[in-house]
Design a binder for this molecule. Structure first.
Ligand code: DX5
Ligand code: ZN
Length: 221
């Protein structure tokens, strides 16, 4: 069942020089999740942050830390991110040969487990893990950078996953990441998404705009 829309600002678009302040600001502005993009320069062509930064940020917000791991291999780092304060740990279907084992590991240490698929990856590749995951993340851009254009084909994938998730009867969040603005937000919600990641659309205009930006994405203004 599609749940109320939650907004997950991606701190990739924040000012990294004052990251703690930025997380406090989006927390006050009404963010539901804090979306943290972890990149390794190998699985994706960019390098961002590691567990130590997550640990420091943990002191700045009580919101759900939604940690999106774009790294390969991923298994050796799961425990570190869990200990750093991640609440949801999302890994990529494409990141390794033993996806089910990775998800089992996340669950075994008491964290919520998410699985993500890249734009070129068919939805059917994650059907066999819907019985174990808590969140499915559809990438609507190729991972690596903020500020890219939404790939329209993602709508079809969201619809198919909405149906597959509802068939399981399980409580699984359906999250979309990449190119979300007030227009694409409306379309992905209509297709069945209930968690929207938004980097540039949240952080544009400076701190005074964050709350209004989040409200517009949620569709409440
Ligand atoms: C891309 C990241 C996204 C990104 C979204 O690889 O996973 O979370 O920061 O940025 P926008 O919302 O600007 O497309
Ligand atoms: Zn992300």
């Amino acid at each position: 069942m599609q749940k109320p829309v939650r907004i997950a600002p991606s701190i990739l678009s924040a000012d990294f020089a004052t990251l703690g302040e930025e997380v406090r600001a989006i927390t006050r502005a009404g963010a539901d999740f804090i979306h943290i993009d972890v990149m390794d320069g190998h699985f994706v062509p960019n390098i961002t942050i590691g567990p130590d930064v997550v640990k420091s940020l943990r002191k700045t917000s009580k919101k759900i830390f939604d940690v999106h791991l774009m790294i390969s291999p991923v298994d050796p780092y799961i425990v570190s991110f869990a200990e750093a304060g991640a609440d949801i740990i999302t890994v990529h279907q494409e990141a390794g040969p033993n996806l089910h084992r990775t998800l089992q590991l996340i669950k075994s240490i008491g964290k919520k487990a998410g699985v993500s698929i890249n734009p070129a990856t068919p939805v059917s590749t994650i059907f066999e893990v819907l019985d174990i995951v808590d969140l499915v993340l559809v990438m609507s851009v190729n991972p690596g950078f903020g500020g890219q254009k939404f790939i329209p084909r993602s709508i079809t994938k969201i619809k198919a996953l909405r149906e597959a998730i509802d068939t399981t009867g399980r409580n699984i969040d359906l999250e979309v990441d990449g190119g979300i603005d007030p227009v694409t937000a409306k379309n992905v919600i209509k297709a069945g998404a209930d968690v929207l990641v938004a980097g540039s659309a949240t952080f544009k205009g400076g701190k005074r705009r964050y709350a209004a930006n989040i409200r517009r994405l949620r569709g409440t203004r």
